[in-house]
Design a binder for this molecule. Sequence first.
Ligand code: SF4
Length: 356
Amino acid sequence: MSMSKISTLLDRIYESDLPSGADLEQALALENQAELDELFGFADQVREKYCGGGIFLRGIIEFSNFCDKECFYCGINKNNRKLSRYRMKEDELLKSVEYLASAHIKTVVLQSGEDQDLDPLWLKDVISQIKSRFGLAVTISVGERSAADYQLWKQAGVDRYLLKMETLDEDLYNSMHPKMSFKQRLCCLDNLRKLGYQVGTGNIIGLPGQSLKTISRDILFFKQGNFDMLGIGPFIPHQETRFSVFPGAQALLVLKTIALTRIVTKNTHLPATTALGSLDQDYRPAGLRCGANVLMPNFTPQPYRKLYQIYPGKKCIDEPVGSCNFCLESMSKENDRFIDYGQGDSLKLRKVGLNV
Ligand code: SF4
């Protein structure tokens, strides 16, 4: 495609309230270096205009790897009997939070598998203590729960909730999530929004059966939902899953999806995910150059960190806790950016209901 045609295409996507799926597919198919430079440069300008040069840090603590679900792509699915399971105790978790706070990080992400044995009152108590002792922004990512649990945690002071859809193609979703329901997951997202959470979702790029058409649909959903944050990561096959035989994602397609999501959603927080750093090379710097504005240092202590392997070859699995800041500072400087040690709340105007 000529440069002027690419420029017209990207302008049309950027300016439209809801771009056409065909335009997004065309942009996702761009291949040669000059085309990609145009796409990534455009996304970088949109990021600068709507989010500025700062990179927000979200410190993640993976406090339990128990999960009741059987997602075909995930290494901690309940059928992986080879995995040792753990649940961090409250004092261990709070010690990790203390460490994170001492590294000047203002957001903690508490993540676990979807574990129905997780006591909502236990988590409420942990949240209350984090709020009163450290004053951090708290993001929860523990999957589908009742509206009552979401309400309990919101009242305890949680700011944000991350619930990834992974794909917005209902048939594809149902084909790889046994005993789960696409509609139920959407309903959870809607409940979270109605309760006043800053809400994040996201997708996996490179899933078997996915196409440029399904990815373009994901991006349209991201736009229509006006999400506060969106996690876009690569599929990396794990040997203890049903999808072990499939090839992993191409990094380039993940980067193109990040770039187009930035152009379409403008000011949504977009991380250069740890999974993006765990491919054949670390693509997080490339992610920062095509629209991403968030990094997620891992504060899960050993020996647990090694056991939260949703995909193999996870970046920074052996590094000492807290060693991330120096590395991420260097990464930001090398890309003419800076770490913003602020809380990094949503840049969206508040909106009730998903409207999709
Ligand atoms: S993706 Fe989430 S819900 Fe599915 S098996 Fe993994 S941790 Fe459990």
